[in-house]
Design a protein around this ligand. Structure first.
Ligand code: ADP
Length: 310
């Protein structure tokens, strides 16, 4: 079971690409939130996952809970805050499908998750994925740190995607410090090239030294490069895997689709890590497919879709 921990929210995606948020005539209410995207990416591909997080007692919260259920994600770890609103993310889309985010979190329900609300039994799973941006404020910060600690104590493999959204942090230094403290516990880290530059403070990274920049716990570093596919680093190997040529309309969720696809392949048999290339080709395919449709969860492929695409 892959437990994905963090936020689930509504992405408000402009109905027209290449216009500013203020000019967009309408918005698609697309379910999203990086950790929730990963949980659903896994079940779409036939794997088992659970989502742990908190939703608002508003219509959006109920809509999102329904989406988890429809997708077969274990929701025993989902709690509700009746008085709080589900988080909203306004997505700006450029004409090449690349995006920026503006959040409505005032505070939103996901930020109100408390340590005493955690379903610890669920968290003690074999693979724990953390991709949240909620290390910033209390009480969710304590809940997130506790969940990671419990997962690690139970011997879970920790996969981490920092999903850096800088404007939410008080300062770049604080963001780097907090993100690196989670990286130090992770066995698998997935970053984008931009996040890698930020976290390593623009150090020139050559293939031989890439792994030495991290805690020795780290088994695998994945760096996603958008239309250029990805690079991977282990203590023994490193290399690059090309992605597929597609007409990208919205890259939201591509990285989560990539992570979910990768984790779904390694959860039962970590020896596949030795065949990274094959697994990463599949993950690239899932990422690429996700860019061809608007929305994150709306665009995640099924196993058969991904296989026929390849
Ligand atoms: P993130 O969403 O975390 O920033 P990326 O945008 O790098 O991550 O996308 C993750 C993966 O999705 C990439 O490694 C690649 O395989 C695929 N992908 C993303 N954008 C494109 C694109 N324009 N064309 C083809 N594949 C893409």
């Amino acid at each position: 079971l892959i437990v994905s921990f963090g936020e689930m929210l509504i992405d408000l995606v402009p109905t027209e690409s290449g216009v500013s948020l203020a000019e967009s005539p309408g918005f698609l209410k697309a379910p999203g939130g990086a950790p929730a995207n990963v949980a659903i990416a896994v079940t779409r591909l036939g794997g088992r996952s659970a989502f742990v997080g908190k939703l608002g007692g508003d219509e959006f919260g109920h809509m999102l809970a329904g989406i988890l259920r429809e997708n077969g994600v274990d929701d025993k770890g989902v709690s509700f805050d009746k008085g709080a609103r589900t988080a909203l993310a306004f997505v700006t889309l450029r004409s090449d499908g690349e995006r920026g985010f503006m959040f409505y979190r005032n505070p939103s329900a996901d930020m109100l998750l408390r340590p005493d609300e955690l379903n610890l039994e669920l968290i003690r799973s074999v693979l724990f994925h953390y991709g949240s941006i909620s290390l910033i404020t209390e009480p969710c910060r304590s809940a997130h740190l506790k969940a990671m600690e419990v997962a690690k104590e139970a011997g879970a493999l920790l996969s981490y995607d920092p999903n850096l959204r800088e404007p939410l942090w008080p300062s770049p230094e604080e963001a780097r410090k907090q993100i690196m403290s989670v990286c130090d516990k992770a066995e698998i880290i997935k970053v984008s090239d931009v996040e890698l530059e930020f976290l390593t403070e623009n150090k020139t990274i050559d293939d031989e030294s890439a792994m030495s920049l991290w805690h020795p716990n780290l088994k695998l570093l994945l760096v996603t490069l958008g239309e250029d596919g990805c690079r991977y680093y282990t203590k023994k190997f490193h290399g690059a895997v090309q992605t597929f040529n597609v007409n990208a309309v919205d890259t939201t969720g591509a990285g989560d689709s990539f992570v979910g696809a990768f984790l779904s392949k390694i959860v039962d048999d970590q020896s596949v890590l030795e065949e990274e290339k094959k697994v990463l080709r599949f993950a690239n395919a899932c990422g690429a497919i996700t860019t061809t449709k608007k929305g994150a969860i709306l665009a995640l492929p099924s196993d058969s879709e991904a296989l026929s695409f390849i």
